[in-house]
Structures are given as structure tokens and as C-alpha cells.
Design a protein around this ligand. Structure first.
Ligand SMILES: Nc1ncnc2c1ncn2[C@@H]1O[C@H](COP(=O)(O)OP(=O)(O)O)[C@@H](O)[C@H]1O
Ligand SMILES: O=P(O)(O)OC[C@H]1O[C@](O)(COP(=O)(O)O)[C@@H](O)[C@@H]1O
Ligand SMILES: [Mg+2]
Length: 529
């Protein structure tokens, strides 16, 4: 019996934020609907989780001494970056991107000829995706491929400017589009894309208004962009180009790309946007269009696979922390005060977990990845009673997608097809009030729902830097001839990943990760079930 590494349906996940112990699987619950178990050839070991994947079937037998090599060959194939030369016979030209050319075209100040300048990234440069060697599958947060949790190198492609490029900058028309919900840093990325394109020598740069909608909605006109125009847009939050959900029809979008003669498309967005970008890339390939589609992962939710974080997440956590601080002050100042804060996160509890950790003021953090009960001996309400008795007040932070099993489903979806959640914050506020009334203990509940405040602000310093690097690298990726890729940060290094590898499922908090354990250590909360 071997497990299917890659099959038409499933492969064993090593790179996802999932863990492989029995406890983890039970904690992960129904929220990971596409997770399936794989079986190891050896028994008595926890089985790894599998996630949906596409492409060819590769069987791994861990008794085969060459399994590692097979894994790595398959890995390299999967993480190989699609490029326009896959469909076109094209010769590259020397890059026009140089930070020294204006000073001395013949060489730098030391007389080094430009082609010897070591400012370029080699196409064979790689970064390691994983750097921890887990000694056992039972080690906290272990992500194992085989039952012995062997060390296997997982290399991904380094991002940055290449010495040779596949476009004539003077002939390029580049377009930028921002999709999905707002996110701090959108303007920083737009700005850096424009700056970098101009550094290459591109003159025709346009913004597509209001997300994918801008490609086909009549009356929406593309906006010419230049360094001059975008110089200060990073000083404000939101998107200079506007955003929208829904309405993505791939063939119409590609018709529009063709009609507008766009050569490079930079797509800023989350999971849905990336799926759309990949569909556009595939359709362009099908039509044999020389178009580079490059995405930049945006979402306050931080729910895109493989990467350290998405831009905007840090800023959202910082803002969320302010809401927690207000809840703390209200609760601390009231007799038997209970501060309750609901934070965003469509399918993951990253914002709630990180804001709870950074504020240090949260007694109970509830996320969708960890089921809980409100009532009963081990329920949240009983713990709140204990906190009021021992400490006099408490603060609860709940993620918007948490505890949905306790609520009636709304059944509604947004324009993009995303599920609209029932309001766990309001539900908990009511339950807490009723509970303390019933037991005859006074409780002063203050509920804060900061919703859009956490994402309408401008990027903080760390996000601004991330946006700068990701935006610049997106342009380098397009000039290098890649398409269907995303520009991101993995294990602290800036890399390109094929979009197909990051859209198989949303990333979620691993309940067996050290980070969640740190959160529990910080809050001191017990298990609520
Ligand atoms: N599977 C998909 N294929 C193609 N386009 C999609 C897909 N999912 C979403 N989109 C489009 O991507 C855009 C943004 O998606 P949405 O889920 O709202 O935000 P985000 O990209 O931030 O997750 C929308 O215009 C939506 O229609
Ligand atoms: O903007 P809307 O449609 O109100 O949606 C709210 C959702 O958008 C988010 O802020 C971010 O989601 P995206 O990454 O999909 O844009 C979620 O946290 C939240 O659930
Ligand atoms: Mg999304």
C-alpha cells in the first residue's frame, strides 16, 4: 500500500499548514471538508492529511529507497514556474532593468561592466520552503512526508530581476487590477508596480477599475497610470483603482485583454482572485496569447497556502489589537465587566489569534479551527463565571467564522460565492447576558465589532515593506516571462510560486502549531468541549 502523492484527487500534504496527528484531525473538524486521509505503507503511525490537488498520479512507496528522489522530482515539476516560452519560441533580450545604467552605461563606478553587475537573480536560484527537521511526527506542528518524518528538501524559485527579459519595454502595455475585499497596502503595491515598470522603460501602464468587473462592465474606463500619478497613493488606505467581488467571466475578461492589447496583467487579490488569475492565464495560453499574468497575494485573513503572510495582515492585526484594548479598558473599568470583540477572518482564525497574542489582554480566544461549546461544564460561559469570580473582569476575542455549528446557517453567499456567516459575536453577546441573568450574577457586557475599520487603514511599516518587495518582484516575474505565478514571501525569502499550488484550499490555523499553543499559554484558557 502506498499513498498517492499526487493523483487526480488527492496528495499527502506536506506543505500545507496541516498536521498529521490524530488529535489534529479531530480538532480540525468539518471546516476542512476537502481533507482526506492517506495511508502509509507502514502502520501504527499517524496518517498525514491529504488535500485536493490536480495533475498526474504519482505513487510513493516508502520501502522504495528512491522514494525521496521521486518525491523531489514530482515537487520540482509542481513548483516549476509556467512561462510564456512554454507555448512560444522566443529569444530573450538583455534586461533594461539596471540601477546603474544612468550613471555610467559602460560599467559601474568601479569599472565593472554591467553584465558583471551582481544585481540579478539566476533562474536556478532557489529558496528552501521548510527549514525545520522534525525528529518525529509527534513533534509540535510536524509536517511529515513519510512515517519517519525524514528530511526532504523542498525548493522553490527565488524572485527578483533576471539578466534576460522576454518583452520589449517600449512595446509593453501593462495593466493592474485589484479584486476582492479591501486590504491595507493595495496602494503601496500598485505604486511599486508602476515605479518598477517605468524603471524597465514601460510607458503604457493602465489601471482596471473595480476589480475584474472593470474588464467587462460598460462605462468603466481603464485609467492611465504613471509615477507622477501614483506617487502619494500609499498615504491613504483603500484601493486607488477600486475593488469588487463577483462577476468574473474568464472568457469575457480574456476577450477584453485581447481587445485592449494587454501584455502584462498584475492581479492583486486573495484566494478567489488567484483562482481567477489562473483561469485567465490558462485561457491566454489556450488562445496562444503572449500575456504574463502575475498575482500578488492580498488579504487581511492571511489564508493563502504556503506563504509566511499576505500583505495587509500585519496592519489588520495591529488595528484589531486596538479594538481589544478598548474592550479591555471597558471591561476592566466596569463591575464584572466582560469585553467581547469579534474579528474578521472568512475561514481562518489568524487575525483573532495574532491580535490576542499581540494585545496580551485576551482571556478567551475562539477560532473556527478549534470547536467549542458555550454551555455546560466545559463551556465558555462557565469559564467566564470563573474569570469574574477570580479576576473580576475578562476579555473574549472571537473570529467571525468561529462557532458556526452553534448557529443557524444563513445559507447566503456574496457576489463571489463566498459563504456569509451567521453573526457569532451578536449570538455570544446575547448568550452571555442571558446566562449571567439566569444565574443571578451581575455582568456588564461590552461588545465591539470593528469590522471594516481593521482593513480600511493604510499599511503599517512592515506591510509597506512587504508590499514594496512583492510589487517590484511581480514586475520582474512578468519581464522574466513567467505567467500564472504569484509573488510572495516563504520562510522569510521572496519567491515565485505557481498559482495552482496556492489555491488548493484556504490556509487555516493549525491547532497543533506552536503558535496556537502560545496563544493558549497566553490566554490561559482551557479546552471548551
Ligand atoms: N474559482 C474562481 N474562478 C474564477 N474567478 C473567481 C473564482 N473565485 C472568485 N473569483 C473572482 O475573483 C474575484 C475576487 O474573489 P473574492 O473571493 O471575492 O475575493 P478574494 O480574491 O479576496 O478572495 C471576484 O471577482 C470573483 O468573481
Ligand atoms: O468585504 P465584504 O464583502 O463585506 O466581506 C468581508 C470579508 O472580507 C474579508 O475582510 C477579506 O476577505 P478577502 O480576502 O476575500 O477579500 C474577510 O475577513 C471578511 O469575511
Ligand atoms: Mg478570499
Amino acid at each position: 500500500m502506498a499513498f498517492a502523492l499526487k493523483s487526480s484527487g488527492n496528495f499527502c500534504s506536506t506543505q500545507h499548514q496541516w498536521l498529521h496527528s490524530t488529535r489534529d484531525r479531530s480538532l480540525s473538524g468539518s471546516s476542512h471538508s476537502n481533507a482526506k486521509e492517506c495511508t502509509f505503507k507502514k502502520t501504527n503511525r499517524p496518517a498525514p492529511l491529504c488535500v485536493k490537488a490536480t495533475s498526474t498520479k504519482v505513487e510513493l512507496d516508502f520501502n522504495d529507497p528512491s522514494w525521496k528522489q521521486k518525491f523531489q522530482e514530482d515537487w520540482d515539476k509542481r513548483f516549476n514556474l509556467p512561462r510564456i516560452t512554454d507555448i512560444y519560441d522566443l529569444n530573450p533580450r538583455p534586461t533594461t532593468f539596471s540601477l546603474k545604467k544612468n550613471r555610467n552605461p559602460a560599467g559601474d563606478e568601479n569599472g565593472t561592466p554591467m553584465d558583471k553587475w551582481n544585481g540579478y537573480v539566476d533562474n536556478d536560484d532557489r529558496a528552501l520552503l521548510k527549514v525545520i527537521k522534525y525528529a518525529s511526527p509527534n513533534s509540535a506542528g510536524a509536517e511529515c512526508i513519510d512515517p519517519d518524518c525524514s528530511w526532504v528538501e523542498q525548493w522553490v524559485h527565488r524572485a527578483g530581476p533576471r539578466k534576460e527579459i522576454y518583452y520589449e519595454p517600449e512595446e509593453v502595455k501593462a495593466a493592474i487590477v485589484t479584486c476582492g475585499g479591501l486590504c491595507p497596502g493595495l496602494n503601496d503595491v500598485i505604486r511599486q508596480i508602476v515605479f518598477t515598470l517605468e524603471t524597465y522603460g514601460v510607458k503604457n501602464i493602465v489601471g482596471i477599475p473595480f476589480g475584474y468587473r472593470g474588464f467587462f462592465e460598460k462605462g468603466l474606463k481603464e485609467m492611465p497610470l504613471s509615477r507622477h500619478l501614483v506617487e502619494n497613493i500609499n498615504l491613504a488606505g483603500g484601493s486607488f483603482l477600486g475593488v469588487s467581488r463577483g462577476g468574473a467571466k474568464t472568457s469575457e475578461i480574456v476577450d477584453s485583454i485581447q481587445a485592449r492589447r494587454i501584455d502584462m496583467l498584475f492581479v492583486l487579490g486573495g484566494n478567489g482572485t488567484h483562482a481567477g488569475a489562473n483561469a485567465i492565464h490558462e485561457e491566454c495560453r489556450k488562445r496562444k496569447l503572449k500575456v504574463s499574468v502575475v498575482a500578488v497575494p492580498k488579504t487581511i485573513d492571511n489564508d493563502i497556502l504556503l506563504m509566511d503572510k499576505t500583505f495587509g495582515f500585519d496592519t489588520a492585526v495591529e488595528e484589531a489589537q486596538r479594538a481589544i484594548n478598548s474592550a479591555y479598558i471597558e471591561a476592566r473599568s466596569a463591575y464584572h465587566g466582560i469585553g467581547l470583540v469579534k474579528l474578521m477572518g472568512r475561514s481562518s482564525g489568524f487575525i483573532a489569534m495574532h491580535a490576542s497574542l499581540s494585545s496580551g489582554q485576551v482571556d478567551v480566544c475562539l477560532i473556527p479551527e478549534v470547536p467549542f461549546t458555550l454551555d455546560g461544564e466545559y463551556g465558555v460561559l462557565r469559564h467566564l463565571e470563573h474569570l469574574l469570580k477570580t479576576k473580576g473582569f475578562c476579555v473574549v476575542c472571537v473570529a467571525e467564522a468561529a462557532g458556526q455549528d452553534l448557529l443557524q446557517k444563513s445559507g447566503a453567499t456574496d457576489a463571489s460565492g463566498n459563504v456569509i456567516f451567521s453573526d457569532i459575536g451578536v449570538h455570544m453577546q446575547q448568550k452571555i447576558k442571558i446566562h449571567f441573568k439566569d444565574i443571578g450574577v451581575p455582568a456588564d457586557v461590552k461588545y465591539i465589532d470593528p469590522t471594516y475599520m481593521v482593513r480600511a487603514c493604510r499599511a503599517n511599516a512592515s506591510d509597506a515593506i512587504l508590499c514594496t518587495v512583492l510589487g517590484q518582484n511581480a514586475v520582474h516575474g512578468a519581464f522574466a516571462g513567467f505567467s500564472g505565478i504569484t509573488s510572495c514571501i516563504c520562510n522569510t525569502h521572496y519567491v515565485y510560486l505557481p498559482i495552482t499550488e496556492v489555491i488548493t484550499a484556504p490556509k487555516r490555523v493549525n491547532p497543533n502549531s506552536r503558535m496556537w499553543h502560545r496563544c493558549l499559554t497566553s490566554t490561559g484558557q482551557p479546552d471548551f468541549h
